[in-house]
Design a protein around this ligand. Structure first.
Ligand code: PEP
Ligand code: MN
Length: 264
């Protein structure tokens, strides 16, 4: 279902009237994690001020250590919904467990993110395949392109064809940065599938200063959008502080992208 062979034209996904996968590049920006109502209100207004039309934020966080901050959970969803509604921004947030799905529907989550660590959680994929909410499917950190395409097929097979691929860097021998952004995957995926392909430069580089260069590379290589971490005060972020842009840096990045991609 996801193969371009069966659907030659690009699929454009409609997120509350905002197209993803068409001629416009769409940026999704926001903090790694939902922290407080004040942090979310400041994030939403910074997203809006930069001209970004979709907001990200994790309420349920897949942390490497069980002893670190695990997310604000359902209270986070509530804070996110209120802050985003005040700026009329659709929300993108990660689903970690099928038991959270009814809650996601209650809060009207506009785009469900399936994280790297769950790319091959097939029961989770089947479950989001049964609803029609758009899904961002992040690439597993060691997943091949064909494994990634087949994971998307699990969602599509259930009837949900609103799938967005997200390259977020893969694990290699290199330790100088968090992950290696696989720019090669962008044209390959655009050839193999009719579905939109976006890039997360934040989890690839792992440092805020790398984000503009990786973003420009992704857009120049044909990405349909970006998923960028931005925090109103990066040094105070509860998670992924090193890679968060501040509001001014997001604004500057948007200006740079307009020079490469035309309309945003
Ligand atoms: C995230 O986007 O917050 C995240 C946890 O990303 P990934 O699944 O790519 O590690
Ligand atoms: Mn993060």
């Amino acid at each position: 279902i996801v193969a371009r062979e069966w659907h030659p034209e690009d699929t454009v996904i409609n997120i509350r009237g905002i197209p993803l996968g068409g001629p416009q590049v769409q940026v999704i920006a926001g903090p790694c994690s939902v922290e407080t109502p004040e942090q979310m209100a400041a994030s939403a207004s910074a997203v809006k001020a930069a001209g970004v039309r979709l907001m990200r934020g994790g309420a349920f966080k897949p942390r490497t250590s069980p002893y670190t901050f695990q997310g604000t959970g359902v209270e986070g969803l509530e804070m996110f919904r209120q802050a985003a509604d005040a700026e009329n921004l659709p929300i993108v947030t990660e689903l970690m467990d099928v038991r959270q799905l009814p809650m996601f529907m209650d809060y009207g989550v506009d785009v469900i993110q399936i994280g790297t660590r769950n790319m091959q959680n097939f029961d989770l994929l089947k479950e989001v395949g049964r609803i029609n909410v758009p899904v961002i499917l992040k690439r597993g950190m060691s997943a091949t392109i064909s494994e990634w395409l087949m994971a998307a097929e699990y969602i599509a097979a259930g009837g949900n064809h609103n799938i967005i691929f997200c390259e977020r860097g893969i694990r290699t021998f290199e330790t100088a940065y968090r992950n290696v952004l696989d720019v090669t995957a962008i044209p390959v995926l655009k050839k193999e599938t009719h579905l939109p392909v976006i890039v997360d430069p934040s989890h690839a580089g792992g440092k805020a200063w790398m984000v503009p260069a990786l973003s420009r590379a992704a857009v120049a290589a044909g990405a349909d959008g970006l998923l960028v971490e931005m925090h109103p005060s990066p040094c105070d972020a509860w998670c992924d502080a090193d890679q968060a842009l501040n509001p001014q840096e997001l604004q500057t990045l948007m200006g740079e992208l307009r020079g490469i991609a035309g309309i945003l």
